[in-house]
Write a protein that binds this ligand. Structure first.
Ligand SMILES: C[S@@+](CC[C@H](N)C(=O)[O-])C[C@H]1O[C@@H](n2cnc3c(N)ncnc32)[C@H](O)[C@@H]1O
Length: 207
């Protein structure tokens, strides 16, 4: 991916967290799809999770409070600082909730991290350039154990400022094929700031 595109994206995200600002997506609300991983009829047994593009750690901290061992990753230092503070305020140790500053499109991303049971992504993948999405998919295949799951929220494809962004379910399936299979898709609409078609995915790492 071009250096310019990458630097532009980084600068936009860094600006969103700068000067004590709260980015528009940082509602502090744990999505019901994350709550359902930890409690209720469909809950999974607690295990290890990665939260990609974890922001200020709202979902990562929630899962850690429910017995999961979570590593949250974001490329913006300020987001990681706030996530660490959130975990400390919740009384969580670094063994329960760890946070790392890293770029998921870096070839060496989490090179020594063991595979996890759950890969969570709320809004990171869908904004990456195509080449970054390909690298992301390779990391996911390496970092999710066979039989593990990916729980992912992404915009569906739509036009914005003259270009198409987001992924439709067929593109999602193709991106992660053959390592993952899409088991469920629920369409929604993100209208927190403006209207965008979105979806929550449940993908399973093939054995
Ligand atoms: C829309 S925000 C969502 C944050 C969080 N998941 C939430 O729900 O509040 C997307 C996050 O992905 C992070 N991000 C974007 N590109 C990234 C990359 N290449 N590597 C790591 N994090 C990235 C951003 O810094 C931002 O915090």
């Amino acid at each position: 991916m071009s250096e310019d595109v990458q630097q532009d994206r980084y600068a936009r995200f860094a600006a969103a967290y700068a000067n004590g600002q709260r980015p528009p997506w940082d509602s502090g609300i744990v999505p019901p799809e994350v709550i359902a991983l930890a409690t209720g009829a469909q809950a999974l047994p607690p295990g290890c999770a990665l939260d990609l593009g974890c922001g200020t750690g709202v979902s990562a901290v929630y899962l850690a409070q429910h017995g999961w061992q979570v590593t949250g990753v974001d490329w913006i230092a300020e987001a990681i600082t706030r996530a660490v503070e959130r975990a400390a305020s919740a009384g969580l140790s670094a063994d329960q909730a760890a946070f790392l500053q890293a770029d998921v499109t870096d070839g060496a991303f989490l090179r020594d991290h063991p595979p996890v049971d759950v890969w969570l992504d709320i809004g990171c993948l869908h904004g990456l350039p195509d080449a970054g999405q390909q690298i992301y998919a390779q990391h996911a295949a390496r970092l999710v154990r066979p039989g593990g799951i990916m729980r992912l929220y992404a915009w569906r494809q739509h036009e914005r400022d003259g270009r198409f962004i987001g992924l439709n379910p067929d593109q999602m399936a193709a991106l992660f094929h053959p390592a993952f299979v899409v088991e469920d898709v629920v369409f929604g609409q993100d209208d927190a700031s403006d209207v965008r078609p979105s979806a929550w995915y449940w993908l399973r790492r093939q054995v």
